[in-house]
Design a protein around this ligand. Sequence first.
Ligand SMILES: *Cc1c(COP(=O)(O)O)cnc(C)c1O
Length: 355
Amino acid sequence: MRPIQARISVGAMAHNLRVARSHAGAARVFAVVKANAYGHGLSRARRALAAADGFAVLTLEEAANLRQMGVEQPILLLEGIFGPDEIAACAELDLWPVLHHHVHLDWLQQQPPARPIQVFLKFDSGMHRLGFPLADHAAAVARTKSLAGVAGLTLMTHFAQADEAAGVGWQLQPFLEQMARYGLPWSSANSAALLRYPDTLGTWVRPGLMLYGASPFADVSAEQLGLRPVMTLQSEIISVQILQAGEGVGYGQLFRAERTMRVGVVACGYADGYPRHALTGTPVLVNGRASRTLGRVSMDMLCVDLSECPDAGVGSRVVLWGEGLPVDTVATAAGTSSYELLCALAPRVPIEEAD
Ligand SMILES: *Cc1c(COP(=O)(O)O)cnc(C)c1O
């Protein structure tokens, strides 16, 4: 069998939920498990995160799967419904759709659900992606309240820069100013806001990334936040090459040896989810020792520097990210984010579940 595997710790995920809860105060916690729980497996995440007050997903299919698995908590559909045909399932499965456009209100009006449903009304406070303009709050709230198919509504927004220096204030203040008059439940916080801005907590918080042990911040590590790594992507060296000075390795011969050196060939490539655009120097652990990638990542293999790893050879363990090498560190070195690395884990990588 190919030696690559992703070890996923359900205990670490459960721990990270407790960290989220410790920041949430009285707010209730939706565990965000979209995108196959950020690559960790929906069913596994459901078990690890069973103590969450609710789950948030993207699609009806994911929500139906959660119900089939026995989830009884509220389930939020983060992008709402994609057609009027999805309204019936919301009522049947007790799913809470986000309504972010007048077309959703039209659908609800034309095809009211068999019994009234809970909805989240999403406002655009500056991200300019989804949501009713803040300025239209009166009309949007009044129209939603008037719908016979709506049992109750929660006001919602989403932050564009909660992880950056600009922060949330420029969006949060106008949002709260307009929403305060309604006295309705509200929700705004993703992981970054939950961790950094207690005034964003509201009624429901929506952490995703932090549950999987990664930090949303460039300047604060997951460890500093008390988070534990959940996914460890690991493989083994399947061949060793000796390069002479001037010889290159891999496609494009992008890395060339300056002196004689040993290179390990690792069974992990971009078809496993390792980023192809990672340049020479992206950190890896070989036998627990810090090393780096060399040259271009191929579909099924990548090369690592064994200069400082004299004991390493065929069969040596290589950690691509996870335990001992934060996914955030690898993401930064590769010019991407931990979100993308975790979500991109390929279905062909066998998963080994750990405590
Ligand atoms: C994905 C998502 C979240 C979770 O964000 P993280 O940064 O992963 O914590 C929260 N809210 C909405 C609307 C989302 O789409």
